[in-house]
Design a protein around this ligand. Structure first.
Ligand code: AFP
Length: 333
């Protein structure tokens, strides 16, 4: 009889070697709690239409986006769960303009950067959505949130939850990238994708082509290259785009290829990106690199980008290493 798959908490215990003891305990507490919150969010999403949870609350968030009821509910649910662990020193959330400092149980508590409900434009159309999180050291400082500002290489752990036909949690603490599936009957996440390795090249690309006129001069010819038939090179690639970064990154991680959200270069002196660095782009870059992939802005490695603002935006081209390398070549031309 095959062994029962490892649970998330059992797996977290195997990932401790690369972490200091205190950090290890807090990472396990926070990732474990985020896993339990994900089970609650999955339930709520499945019944949202029945519980009048769809639609907008009115007003906008830190990034000027209109806010959905589930955005606020997701943020509040995550915030109270993290507070209970006493392992979270501060929460930087897409749904809160200012970081939220928290009481902790020790000096090695962590700063959590999170997008509680990513892809909220998919909520009312029953499309895939997700939760994205990143853990950084508070360095024992108060206030703790400013310690989250810095390069993506400072991340101690990162992960996401995808709410699709199944609920999947993927995370890394710098020892590879691993995926779990929620067993709804027990509420446990079970290891179903150990040590994910992204294919060196893919067959699909994800990008909002509606923005083609504002792309960097290297981006347009690169996408044209992906569409140009070349049997030997496995081209043309097919376009796959869901509108939720978590769903597009998850497909890319398992199947290879690319997910891209380039900056708006209408004014080359001031390129404007859309996705948020601390709780979207940097965590996905760490997950991708730990699976053998790459993540670039087109001009530099994402993990080298230094965050100086909590809701800072950054361009991203991530996925199969050979495909991202080709994109960088087009940007350098
Ligand atoms: P929302 O959470 O506001 O729906 O934004 C989703 C997102 O941040 C990311 O998940 C998507 O990849 C991207 O924005 C979609 O943006 P476009 O609608 O401009 O394609």
């Amino acid at each position: 009889m095959a062994d029962a798959p490892m649970t998330l908490s059992e797996h977290l215990a195997t990932q401790q070697a690369s972490l200091s003891t205190e950090h290890a305990r807090n990472v396990a507490a926070l990732v474990g709690r985020i896993g339990r919150v994900a089970g609650v969010i999955a339930q709520e999403l499945a019944h949202a239409a029945l519980r009048d949870r769809l639609g907008y609350v009115g007003g906008s968030n830190a990034s000027g986006d209109q806010v959905k009821k589930l955005d606020v509910w997701g943020h509040e649910t995550l915030e109270s769960a993290l507070r209970e662990t006493r392992a979270c020193a501060a929460l930087v959330s897409e749904e809160s303009t200012e970081p939220i400092e928290m009481e902790t149980g020790g000096t090695h508590a962590l700063v959590v950067c999170a997008d509680p409900v990513d892809g909220s434009s998919n909520l009312d159309v029953n499309g895939a959505v997700g939760t994205i999180f990143s853990l950084r050291s508070s360095k024992g400082k108060t206030p703790a949130a400013p310690q989250a500002l810095g390069p993506g290489t400072d991340q101690i752990a990162a992960g996401y939850v995808m709410y699709g036909p199944a609920t999947t949690l993927v995370y890394t603490v710098g020892q590879g990238t691993h995926g779990f599936t929620l067993a709804h009957e027990t509420g446990e996440f079970l290891l179903t994708y150990p040590d994910i390795r992204i294919p060196r090249r893919g067959k699909t690309y994800g990008i909002n082509e509606g923005n083609i006129h504002s792309w960097h001069p290297g981006q347009r010819p690169f996408v044209a290259h992906l569409k140009t038939p070349d049997k030997a090179a496995g081209r043309p690639y097919s376009l796959r785009y869901s509108g939720a970064m978590v769903a597009d990154v998850h497909r890319t991680l398992l199947d290879g290829g690319l997910f891209m959200y380039p900056a708006d270069w209408s004014d080359p002196k001031k390129p404007k990106a859309k996705l948020r660095l601390l709780y979207e782009v940097a965590p996905m870059a760490l997950i991708m690199e730990q699976a053998g992939g790459r993540a670039s802005t087109g001009l530099e490695r994402v993990l080298d980008v230094v965050a100086t603002d909590y809701h800072q935006r950054a361009a991203v081209i991530l996925g199969s290493p050979e495909d991202v390398a080709t994109a960088d070549e087009f940007y350098r031309r």
